[in-house]
Design a protein around this ligand. Structure first.
Ligand SMILES: NC(=O)c1ccc[n+]([C@@H]2O[C@H](COP(=O)([O-])OP(=O)(O)OC[C@H]3O[C@@H](n4cnc5c(N)ncnc54)[C@H](OP(=O)(O)O)[C@@H]3O)[C@@H](O)[C@H]2O)c1
Length: 334
């Protein structure tokens, strides 16, 4: 079987496609014929700089994969050959709170990932995928979708009628837009691009703001919320956007801290004065993934895929994410 591997700290163009022995599933494991893998910003970061992440290489990148089970190890119940499954980002976070043990089980990080024709995963490290989704669509779920779900449902407990603020139009934010709309919330989304904002409107964004043309987007959000601010913010920018996110969030609202796309500084007094609830989010558990898939199936939600690449063109897929022109997800067919 073939697998892409990080073999040096020399970035995307140094990724290597290698022939490897087909892995066999031990007790409690399943072997999956991976059919598609999606890229997350984190995977791009890992490929570009494995050293600062203390990643041993060679290492197979990417947490997100979908395919069918082709072999089942001893002791596995409830899963059989032919089952359509997706990988869970953490191989050992089934339920409850995140833990150091769970964090040491991230695919494409502490463990080899799924940018490969085959992968051996824990029986609890896969979930069944909704019937209406293709492998390409299902491969977008493990990281970006679950992170958005965790932020809105678990952290912010968003309900119908709430207003939510979404930053940018990448994988996490577009899933958050779809979930917010599905839950009857009112999404406000900001982007650097009017064309992307038009697409966001078509997906159900109630209000759109171009953060390049309107650098004081926090004021624009306040204007849209009668000066009150949004109930929940899905924060992917980090220190560079947090001060404005705090300003745009209502008193005692929730900010889910997810990403670090924009550098900057934060004044902690801002949180204190507005009684903001700030929740760090690290993807989510297997139980959350099952809950999310149920909602996706009931709502018939379809992930938004910007582009799909052939397996051999995986490097181009990473370069495309690096260029940041995408809307939604980038997928590699395996
Ligand atoms: N904590 C977790 O568990 C977790 C999970 C998934 C992702 N993340 C993090 O979340 C972030 C987003 O991940 P992703 O996979 O969705 O990335 P992505 O698909 O590459 O999306 C990035 C998008 O963010 C927008 N953006 C960039 N700088 C911005 C700024 N200053 N203000 C507002 N929007 C900005 C841009 O949208 P426009 O082009 O529309 O402007 C860009 O396309 C990354 O930092 C990633 O590491 C964390």
């Amino acid at each position: 079987m073939r697998a892409w591997q990080i073999v040096s700290p020399n970035g995307i163009d140094a990724l290597e496609l290698s022939e490897q022995r087909s892995p066999e599933p031990g007790p409690g494991k399943v072997k999956v014929r991976i059919r598609a893998s999606s890229i997350n910003y984190r995977d791009l970061g890992t490929v570009r700089d494995p050293v600062s992440r203390k990643l041993p290489y060679p290492r197979i990148p990417n947490s997100d994969g979908a395919g069918e089970i082709i072999a089942v190890g001893s002791g596995v119940t409830g899963l059989s050959k032919g089952a359509r499954v997706a990988s869970t980002f953490f191989q050992r976070w089934t339920d409850g709170q995140c833990s150091a043990e769970a964090m040491a089980s991230a695919l494409g990080g502490a463990l080899d990932g799924v940018l490969a024709e085959e992968a051996v995963l824990g029986a609890d490290g896969v979930v069944p995928i909704p019937d209406h989704l293709s492998f390409e669509e299902a491969a977008t779920l493990p990281c970006a979708a679950l992170t958005a779900w965790n932020a809105l449902v678990e952290a912010a407990r968003v309900k119908a009628g709430d207003t939510v603020l979404l930053l940018g139009t990448g994988g996490v934010s577009i899933f958050a837009l779809q979930f917010a709309k599905h839950m009857g919330a009112r999404p406000i989304i900001i982007s650097s691009s009017d064309a992307k904002l038009e697409r966001a409107k078509a997906l159900g964004a109630a209000h759109t703001i171009n953060y390049r043309k309107t650098p004081d987007w926090d004021r624009a959000v306040l204007d849209l919320t009668n000066g009150v601010g949004v109930d929940a913010t899905v924060e992917v920018g980090g220190a560079g956007t947090l001060p404005k996110s705090i300003a745009a969030t209502r008193v005692a609202g929730t900010i889910s801290l997810i990403g670090v796309l924009a550098g900057g500084q934060i004044d902690p007094a801002q949180f204190m004065r507005k009684s903001i609830k700030m929740q760090g989010i690290y993807v989510g558990s297997r139980r959350m993934f099952l809950d999310m898939n149920r909602a996706i199936a009931v709502g018939g939600l379809k992930p938004v895929i910007d582009q799909t690449f052939a397996f051999e063109k995986a490097r181009d897929a990473f370069h495309t994410m690096e260029a940041a022109g995408h809307f939604g997800k980038i997928v590699i067919r395996v």
